[in-house]
Ligand binder design. Structure first.
Ligand code: GLU
Length: 375
């Protein structure tokens, strides 16, 4: 079933596949450990959704929060090896608690631990997708966390807001509900505790409002980034207080709780989502006006002749950003050649290239099918 773009709160009851992100501040206390009553509430709401025929995926933080007291620490560690140790102890507790509570409500849940590479590599991305779908088909609730114990600083998302956005795209979710320990995005001054009900456009002003920190790794900033990623591809995002009773039910009934980030129209396919939003951008290719126009207005691929510069080290299959002479992004795409090769062939036409290279497997540096225009 294809759901139209859900631009009003009253539309939200139509969602079918719901992703709920639960923040550390919601389910664990500052001194560590997990809050069973809150997890129970989330599980109860998820169970209700399942009974209505919806599907639920939970992205839950709280492993580090649940684990650090076991290491004899008084507060959440800030260095990676301790975070990893705390997380690997805490993840068992976290998932056991979900498992115990879901079973009480007559459901089964499953644990999926992901790293950035699982999302960035197409084959692993597709494998993970299959796992999610076979669980959902059997009405089993996937519970996701970042695989903290193996993810080093360079390869981890570091906060589950972005991971939750990626998972939402990965499973083609209809909505992302981010549960946190605040009522939503607050108007300044935050002491007044006044929530912004709806965000139609993520402006620099909105980003500024979001720049204060919360208890987990992310704070509001990463929630707004998650909303920015998803609303651009047509998926609504709600940030709300996870400690409030029946919050998920209220949201899906269209009640005015939390902050509703209104989605924009969806224009690209799943594979293109992946190219444009799920992968790290490894470099930039600067193009002249002619190439820019050909890409933006004529639906053309990127050829060597229109390229005027290369930045960063990238290799065939990487995602790169195509920028204009002013450095503004025109498109993103999967590149056919390494940065060294692009440097060699840039500015040249096919005939000139054939004179210096015997073999040129692709005429295009980025083929149109592997390209997404930036807006
Ligand atoms: N993966 C971390 C945990 O389970 C949470 C990261 C975050 O705070 O967003 O503790």
């Amino acid at each position: 079933m294809l759901i139209p773009i859900l631009t009003q709160r009253s539309h939200l009851s139509r969602v079918r596949r719901v992703i709920v992100k639960v923040g550390t501040g919601v389910i664990s206390s500052p001194t560590g450990g997990l809050s069973t009553p809150i997890i129970r509430r989330i599980v109860k709401s998820a169970s209700e959704l399942l009974k209505e025929g919806k599907e639920v995926i939970i992205v839950s933080s709280g492993a580090i929060g649940a684990g650090f007291p076991e290491l004899g620490l008084k507060e959440r560690p800030k260095i990676l090896p301790l975070e990893q140790a705390a997380s690997s102890i805490g993840q068992i507790k976290l998932i056991s608690e979900y498992d115990r509570l879901f079973r009480r409500f007559g459901h089964k849940c499953a644990q999926i631990l992901l790293t950035r590479e699982d999302i960035e590599e197409r084959e692993r991305f597709l494998n993970a997708r299959n796992t999610f779908f076979s669980l959902l088909k059997r009405k089993i609730i996937p519970i996701v966390n970042e695989n903290d114990s193996v993810a080093t600083d360079e390869i981890r998302y570091g906060d589950n807001d972005i991971l939750a956005a990626m998972v939402t795209i990965l499973v083609e979710g209809d909505i992302l509900i981010i549960l946190t320990d605040r009522k939503g995005l607050l108007k300044p001054p935050v002491e007044k505790n006044e929530v912004i009900n709806e965000v139609k456009e993520i402006t620099s002003e909105i980003k500024k409002m979001a720049s204060s920190k919360g208890k987990g790794r992310g704070g509001m900033e990463s929630k707004v980034t998650a909303a920015e990623i998803l609303t651009r591809v047509g998926i609504p995002v709600i940030v709300a207080d996870g400690r409030e009773k029946d919050i998920i039910t209220k949201i899906l009934k269209g009640e005015e709780v939390g902050t509703f980030f209104v989605p924009k129209s969806k224009e690209i396919t799943g594979r293109k989502y992946w190219i444009a939003y799920l992968r790290k951008v490894k470099g930039k290719i600067k193009v002249d006006e002619g190439a820019k126009e050909a890409i933006l207005l004529k639906g053309k691929s990127l050829l060597p002749t229109g390229i005027v510069g290369v930045e960063g080290k990238f290799y065939p299959g990487d995602t790169v950003s195509v920028v204009d002479l002013e450095g503004k992004e025109v498109a993103r795409g999967l590149v056919n050649y390494s940065w060294e090769m692009v440097e060699k062939i840039m500015g040249k036409n096919t005939k000139e290239i054939r004179e210096i290279l015997r073999d040129l497997p692709y005429e295009e540096v980025i083929h149109r099918d592997n390209m997404v225009l930036s807006r």
